[in-house]
Write a protein that binds this ligand. Structure first.
Ligand code: FES
Length: 73
């Protein structure tokens, strides 16, 4: 059981955001977006659900290539 738990944990991408919730879901009304908005896809932002540029450090440290999704009105 322990081994399975470790394997499960190693697949996690979310280490910090609303960990008390069973599933992190955000609903954004497109009418509330001014001109454009960048939403985080790396789970490292300090301003969830918005991108704060933290993906750059994540990519540097891990060799990953993730970035935000930008919604334009
Ligand atoms: Fe996560 Fe930019 S901070 S995508």
């Amino acid at each position: 059981a322990r081994k399975r738990c470790q394997a499960k944990n190693s697949g996690r991408c979310n280490n910090q955001i609303r960990k008390h919730e069973p599933k992190v879901v955000d609903m954004i009304d497109v009418e509330d977006i001014a001109e454009k908005a960048a939403f985080c896809r790396c789970w490292k932002t300090k301003n969830w659900p918005y991108c704060d540029g933290s993906h750059a450090e994540h990519n540097k440290q891990t060799g990953d290539n993730v970035g935000p999704v930008v919604i334009k009105k």
